[in-house]
Design a protein around this ligand. Structure first.
Ligand SMILES: NC(=O)c1ccc[n+]([C@@H]2O[C@H](COP(=O)([O-])OP(=O)(O)OC[C@H]3O[C@@H](n4cnc5c(N)ncnc54)[C@H](O)[C@@H]3O)[C@@H](O)[C@H]2O)c1
Length: 467
């Protein structure tokens, strides 16, 4: 089939790569010239400098004959003449200052431009049927909006489908090749048929659930899935973690073993963390709350989940003063990890953003930062060369360099290699020294480090005063 992708971010690029690998012809369009240049470079390192996703670069390079990239809308217009389906993969962030309402500006801009060209396809006869696929996470009734935009621009012979993306960043390619489910929400059999062809690769797989619903169920399914996962993570740190912080003889890892051995509780998301970030959970929960409130229903439980997440980060930071009597002012601080989680360079809604702002605001003398993948992204927000407010920030290339000559460190991302940071601390950070472990990466060494005189504040543990 001939597929067009509008938006080549995490979702667009990963989905398009898998579709090309499934034998379809794919054109990816994006307004970001730099991104298109890098993604089409056929060079693994260059692709990963733009989108760091395991397997993405290899898959794009392997399928280069079936996938092309452009920022030129003329090419899109020509391609539309015989395209079978168009995937809308635009950002749908939270509107700033609003109580969770989705900012659909990117979506509408792209949809209106697309509608103009769609109406002109096949010399304006529009005889080729096209399905528009909402892959972006959108409000429940968005399908009506998409149809309205098309009709207002004179588009005919089209269908609109809701086909939410369930990929997990860091495992997006693996997850797109072996998804647990494919959800297609459509109103017409004609549209289901097109999507069955698009997803022929998954249709008869014994391990993949291919689920057909109406468009509203598909869109709501995505929002609710993200909410339930988000709630699971925040419940773990706001209830289970808090119990462990409050009762000195309860160890988080032991309690975790007790609880997850019950299959009904399960292990997913059962870890303690300083914050639950990323591009989706927070904004999708906020959007869900907003949509419920718009129809006159209380969304207090959803709102509480959002508040618990913020409380966790703020509470963690406040413990340094309250428990260790440690003031950030004039201190040299090492930050280990700025990606919102391991195996990605994505910093959207990373807890590190507000934490670094807090350190700057508190007058830290030096903020040293190291992340194995996300430093270029973080530097685009906190660039000491461009913004004098961030002159105290500097970037380093290893755990050792970032930890040297500091008074305290904060571990904020669960990069597996940070589990070995305790040994580096022992070598280059003489006690007294404050370790703030926002991911329990050093849990196995807490006793040893405490005995060596290090003060430790960790999520899921009471204050451990150095001996
Ligand atoms: N990232 C995830 O893990 C994930 C998972 C599931 C669903 N989603 C949803 O998928 C959607 C896209 O997310 P993403 O992470 O890929 O976002 P992204 O920001 O990584 O990518 C979006 C892309 O759209 C491009 N774009 C913006 N305006 C455009 C326009 N007018 N025309 C063409 N391209 C345009 C941007 O340049 C960008 O490259 C969002 O709704 C998100 O909620 C994301």
């Amino acid at each position: 089939m001939k597929l067009l992708y509008v938006g080549s971010g995490f979702v667009g690029a990963c989905s398009a790569a898998v579709m090309a690998d499934s034998g379809h012809d794919v054109l990816l369009y994006d307004i970001d010239q730099e991104k298109i240049k890098k993604l089409s470079s056929n060079n693994l390192e260059t692709i990963e400098s733009c989108l760091f996703e395991d397997g993405l670069g290899d898959m794009l390079i392997k399928n280069k004959d079936q996938i092309s990239f452009t920022t030129d809308y003329g090419k899109v217009t020509n391609y539309l003449d015989d395209v079978d389906a168009v995937f809308m993969c635009l950002p749908t962030p939270e509107k700033s200052g609003a109580e969770g309402e989705s900012d659909l500006t990117y979506y509408y801009l792209a949809a209106e431009k697309l509608a103009d060209s769609m109406a002109k396809r096949n010399n304006s006869t529009q005889n080729k049927y096209v399905v528009l696929i909402n892959k972006s996470t959108v409000p429940v009734n968005m399908i009506d909006e998409t149809s309205r935009v098309m009709i207002e621009h004179g588009v005919k012979n089209f269908g609109v489908v809701s086909n939410p993306e369930f990929l997990v960043e860091g495992k997006a390619i693996e997850g797109s090749v072996h998804p647990d489910r494919v959800v297609v929400g459509a109103e017409k059999e004609e549209d289901f048929k097109v999507l069955r062809q698009v997803y022929a690769r998954f249709l008869n797989s014994p391990s993949i659930k291919y689920i057909e619903t109406n468009p509203q169920e598909a869109a709501a399914g995505k929002l609710l899935a993200n909410y339930l996962l988000f709630n699971r993570v925040t419940t773990t740190f706001d209830v289970v973690g808090r119990v462990c912080e409050s009762f000195p003889k309860i160890n988080f890892e032991n309690l975790r073993k007790v609880l997850i051995s019950d299959d009904r509780i399960g292990s997913w998301g059962f870890y303690d963390s300083v914050y639950c970030g990323g591009s989706c959970f927070i904004k999708d929960a906020a959007s869900l709350a907003h949509q419920l409130e718009e129809v006159g229903v209380s969304a207090s439980y959803v709102r509480q989940t959002l508040m618990s997440n913020n409380f966790q980060r703020d509470n963690f930071l406040s413990r340094s003063k309250k428990e260790a009597n440690f003031d950030w002012s004039k201190k040299k601080v090492a930050v280990l990890g700025v990606a919102f989680k391991q195996e990605t360079n994505d910093i959207r809604n990373s807890g590190a953003i507000d934490i670094v702002r807090h350190l700057v605001g508190e007058g830290a003398e030096k903020i040293k930062i190291y992340d194995p993948a996300a430093m270029p992204m973080f530097m685009s927000l906190f660039d000491p060369a461009k913004d004098s407010r961030y002159s105290v920030i500097s970037y380093y290339n290893s755990e050792k360099e970032v930890l040297e000559n500091t008074d305290a460190c904060l571990i904020l991302t669960d990069w597996p290699k940070f589990r070995a940071v305790g040994e580096v601390i022992k070598t280059v950070c003489p006690s007294p020294y404050l370790i703030m472990d926002g991911r329990r990466m050093l849990a196995n060494q807490f006793d040893e480090l405490q005995n060596l005189g290090y003060d430790i504040i960790a999520v899921g543990s009471p204050f451990l005063k150095g001996k």
